[in-house]
Design a protein around this ligand. Structure first.
Ligand code: NAD
Length: 260
């Protein structure tokens, strides 16, 4: 389905991004991996994609908080694979504190990575996609792109921003075979959420298993985590011709969280 196409997945050394990269590779896409982590581990992921799925995979260490690094990564993708057909803007971080206690550096980092990083990715990828006449922009927002929770001011602001930005991108590309959509996951058990579970277990004096259930029960009616594989399959669907008229949409995959 995606044979001969290439996808950049930001923040794909872990969690949701890695799950999406694996599904896109399973459909035949060449993959530009990105994100932080141990060099040997990243090389294992890269070579694993090539051997498991018979695609080409490369890695770029771009820091998504830096527009110039994003440009370099997009250009490197076109140099390596000949095109950039799919951009999954997924890199993201979290920090929780009440508004009056929110540190300036944490606010700036979350806005830079979770919001501005998505903008600059599209800014540098769109000229290539327009020239090719085909492209898929997939922005990983969150249930927090649609509803709020206390103590997540920067994250909720950034994710709502991503949903709005996605709509603008959809309008600006409406007459071309380029779509822009946002995926809005509920809780997914990744390192980003494992930290919140550990914090909750320590704060409430409960086991991590009980903290997991408490976290899910508070928000996600299914009481099950969304998985990176499920999110990957949704991203892959957005790359099909069947999804060509689906653009500017925030798509929850959240076990009913935002239906409440
Ligand atoms: P994760 O911590 O497992 O992965 C985050 C990835 O982003 C890693 O590969 C990390 O190296 C990379 N990254 C962080 N800062 C970066 C930077 N400056 N430059 C380049 N890469 C950077 O987290 P995750 O849960 O897989 O989150 C992925 C995305 O999904 C985020 O945008 C997050 O907000 C969103 N999301 C997560 C959940 C959840 O429950 N886990 C729910 C909704 C949305």
């Amino acid at each position: 389905m995606l044979k001969g196409k290439s996808a950049v997945v930001t923040g794909s050394t872990s969690g949701i991004g890695l799950g999406i990269a694996r599904v896109l590779a399973s459909k035949g896409a060449n993959i530009m991996l990105n994100g932080f982590g141990d060099a040997a581990e990243i090389e294992k992921i890269r070579s694993g994609l090539e051997s498991e799925f018979g695609v080409r995979a490369a890695y770029n260490a771009a820091d998504i908080s830096k527009p110039s690094s994003i440009k370099e990564m997009i250009d490197a993708t076109v140099e390596t694979f000949g095109s950039i057909d799919v951009l999954v803007s997924n890199a993201g971080i979290q920090y929780t504190a009440a508004i009056e206690d929110f540190p300036e550096d944490k606010w700036n980092a979350i806005i830079a990575i979770n919001l501005s990083g998505v903008f600059w990715g599209m800014h540098y990828a769109l000229p290539y996609m327009k020239k090719q006449g085909w492209g898929r922009l997939i922005n990983i927002a969150s249930a927090h792109g649609l509803v709020a929770s206390p103590h997540k001011a920067a994250y909720v602001a950034a994710k709502h921003g991503v949903v709005g930005l996605t709509k603008v991108a959809a309008l600006e590309t409406a007459e071309i075979d380029i779509t822009a959509n946002a995926i809005c996951p509920g809780w997914v058990l990744t390192p980003l959420v494992e930290k919140q579970i550990k914090d909750m277990a320590a704060k409430d004096g409960i086991s991590e298993k009980d903290a997991e259930l408490k976290l899910l029960s508070e928000k996600q009616p299914s009481k099950k985590f969304t998985t990176p594989e499920e999110l990957g399959e949704l991203a892959a669907f957005l790359c099909t011709d069947a999804a060509a008229q689906m653009t500017g949409v925030p798509l929850p995959m959240d076990g009913g969280w935002t239906a409440q």
